[in-house]
Design a binder for this molecule. Sequence first.
Ligand code: SF4
Length: 276
Amino acid sequence: MFNKAKNIKDTYLRQEMWPSIFCTGCGIGNVLNYALRAVDTIGFDIDDMVFCSGIGCSSRLPGYIEADGLHTTHGRAIAFATGVKMADPDLNVIVFTGDGDCAGIGGNHFIHAARRNVDLTVICVNNYTYGMTGGQVSPTTPPGSLTTTTPYGNLEEPFDLCRLAIGAGAPYVARWTPGFPYETTEAIEKGIRKKGFSFIEILAPCPTGFGKENRLREAKDAWDWYRENSITRARLLELTPEERAKNEKVVVGTLYEADRPELTARYGEFVKGLEA
Ligand code: SF4
């Protein structure tokens, strides 16, 4: 359990970066809080960590942390992070990404990193939109949603990012919303501890981009909506098969956990074999 009293801001953040750029009611700041509490609970030396990101609101997060970070190009956070990890497998590498960055522009890097099982912790803030650029439709926007590029409603089916990660080979996959602070923090902690590719999707409100078009402009409405429209996996399993079949809420919890050989460890063994 994390130390609730600990002042994460004074301990881990660059003081000169405040106030943050995040809008009122945005879930991204909470994600930063939970991620750093997970790091603190594990007790890693911050100098042994690297935080990578691409482009988008959530990709601003490494800039707030007093640690080594790479704020890279759109969709390429996982590719840069893979390079960091392969160059120095002792580093603990966390990627902050968004739905557009991870599954749109960076979709190929995402599925191949999961397939390779490279030891990264990918924290994807899925707010169903490209928030930074004005609220355009993204690969996870729910059907029927209004966005600046789908003013009559989104016709496309969205990606289920967790199923995509599981299908591509990720050995740890979880989904939460910031309204579950302890569970989200614990999921990030588990993801960091996992030797392999961990994917934690966090469904987070974007009142400014997605919310303004979909009657979730007020912060309280947005946060309530996420809480009311999600169901824990544990609760789902308590339902009757008939009730489960009718469930339309998003399932949150640990969705997959397995053990698979990790790439940097295999690569290290391979190199040793060549040198022998
Ligand atoms: Fe958050 Fe959306 Fe504002 Fe970006 S535009 S900071 S995602 S609320």
